[in-house]
Design a protein around this ligand. Structure first.
Ligand code: SF4
Length: 469
């Protein structure tokens, strides 16, 4: 395990506030999702259809992208291709400079985190205001998001009260507000002025529709609508994989997205946007730009082993059901995407050696793949990353030797059975109080201080044979 990962994990495990906040969030997300699915008998059919739509789109991504671009341009919008993160940042900086912008408002967008847009805008001197409540909280705390749909999920109400009190006093909010509605209301009032004074509004997009050139964003606060429609200029930044062929396809994806993400049949606001304001429109921006980010996606698309990962619709269900994420939160993952989906995206976008511990931190319990609304085989992909690490000699020598020995034994079933029988019998007679602590694989460097329960003296195969005759 790398020292930096170990330190981040230790910090997270010792953070009392984090443990409390994650516990609340996990219970809420998991229960709400299950209730929403129980109330929707067609969920599995819908999920099957959603997975097919995503797979089909990715197989014809170039055609659908061209169709989308043609439609956007016909509506008066401008499309910009960003092969890298640096290109994406530069395109947006150039648009803001050309528009002589001063204040930039921003809706939640994980792609903008991925390309490092906020620091670039701030360095260039723009007043940048996050308008999603969670993003606004972490902007005040100078922290990155720790969850893809609930960026401030790691913060308790008490911590948010302190943050608001510290930052809003100068704006005239001298009373400490502690209730959730009170905090939301205070943030709403502070943000209202920013919405009205912004020159450029930047949002992400949950989907882009090839057949009509529209984009879709879903929020629960309506901040996305205000970010895109009040400023003179709207910039939508998103990954090239967000294309969906038709409106009908979007309706299927929306049905699984809300339920998987927050347990809602639909999020409070589902907003479709297309091009700049037309003469007959009541509101909307004078100019519309869409920045299509590649940043490693084409490479992943061309890789048959990992291209399924591009089906992801960023619902966050895999994070909410992951015991590792539930214990250490998002910051311990070391990059913008946390949890099971993040472990794979980090390895693919940043390189296998960027955070080499992530695929190995996974318990492979498979729960993430069971809940994924577009059926991404997350555990399989994680196993694939481990295979690559092993092939490239990236794992520690004892782990490689251990795996090599185990693989050699697994190919000789009779020898495997004999050795496991001896090991189970010996281990059953060792140790005290039902646990093993001083064995090399128990309690020590491998188990990180955990106790290994003593086996009962019989192997799994012996028990199976006895039960099944
Ligand atoms: S991998 Fe699946 S479960 Fe995880 S965020 Fe993406 S779509 Fe949701």
């Amino acid at each position: 395990m790398t020292k930096r990962f170990q330190l981040r994990v230790e910090k997270a495990l010792n953070d009392e506030h984090l443990g409390k906040a994650l516990g609340h969030a996990r219970d809420g997300f998991v229960v709400k999702r299950q209730n929403a699915i129980d109330a929707f008998p067609e969920f599995e059919q819908c999920r099957e259809q959603a997975a097919k739509i995503r797979a089909h789109t990715l197989a014809h991504l170039d055609d659908y992208l061209l169709q989308y671009v043609e439609k956007v341009e016909a509506l008066g919008g401008q499309v910009h291709w960003a092969p890298t993160a640096a290109d994406a940042r530069q395109i947006i900086l150039d648009i803001c400079a050309a528009e002589k912008a001063k204040v930039v408002t921003k809706g939640k967008s994980m792609v903008s985190e991925e390309v490092g847009l906020n620091p670039a805008l701030e360095e260039a001197g723009y007043e940048l205001v996050e308008t999603d409540l969670g993003e606004y909280i972490i902007q005040l705390a100078h922290e990155p998001p720790s969850h893809i749909i609930a960026p401030a999920v790691h913060k308790t109400r008490e911590q948010i009260t302190e943050l608001f009190h510290q930052h809003h006093q100068a704006l005239g909010y001298t009373e400490k507000v502690t209730s959730i509605p009170g905090l939301v209301n205070e943030a709403r009032q502070v943000l209202r002025q920013q919405f009205l004074s912004a020159d450029v509004g930047i949002t992400g997009a949950n989907f882009l529709i090839a057949e009509n050139g529209a984009g879709v964003i879903v929020t629960n606060e309506g901040n996305g609508d205000l970010t895109m429609s009040l400023p003179r200029v709207h910039i939508a930044i998103t990954g090239i994989e967000k294309i969906v062929p038709t409106l009908d396809d979007v309706s299927v994806l929306l049905r699984v997205l809300g339920r998987s993400a927050t347990g809602q049949s639909m999020t409070s606001y589902t907003t479709f946007f297309a091009g700049p304001r037309r003469d007959e429109d009541a509101d909307g921006p004078e100019a519309f730009h869409v920045v299509l980010v590649d940043n490693g996606r084409s490479q992943m698309l061309a890789d048959p082993e990992f291209h399924d990962m591009l089906r992801c619709i960023r619902c966050g269900a895999c994070l909410n059901h992951c015991p590792v994420y539930g214990s250490i939160g998002g910051h311990a993952y070391g990059w913008v995407y946390p949890g099971p989906m993040g472990s794979i995206l980090t390895a693919r976008y940043q390189g296998l050696d960027h955070e080499p511990d992530l695929p190995n931190a996974c318990t492979l319990n498979g729960h993430c793949a069971e809940v994924c609304p577009v059926k991404i085989p997350l555990s399989e992909l994680m196993r694939g990353l481990r295979r690559h690490q092993n092939a490239q000699g990236m794992q520690a020598r004892p782990a490689r030797w251990g795996l090599g020995l185990w693989a050699a034994l697994a190919q000789r079933p009779r020898l495997y059975r004999m050795i496991s029988r001896i090991a189970a019998g010996t281990m059953a007679r060792a140790g005290k109080q039902g646990v093993l602590r001083s064995w090399p694989l128990a309690g020590g460097w491998f188990a990180g201080g955990r106790d290994l329960p003593k086996p009962q003296g019989k192997t799994f195969m012996d028990v199976w044979k006895k039960r099944n005759g």
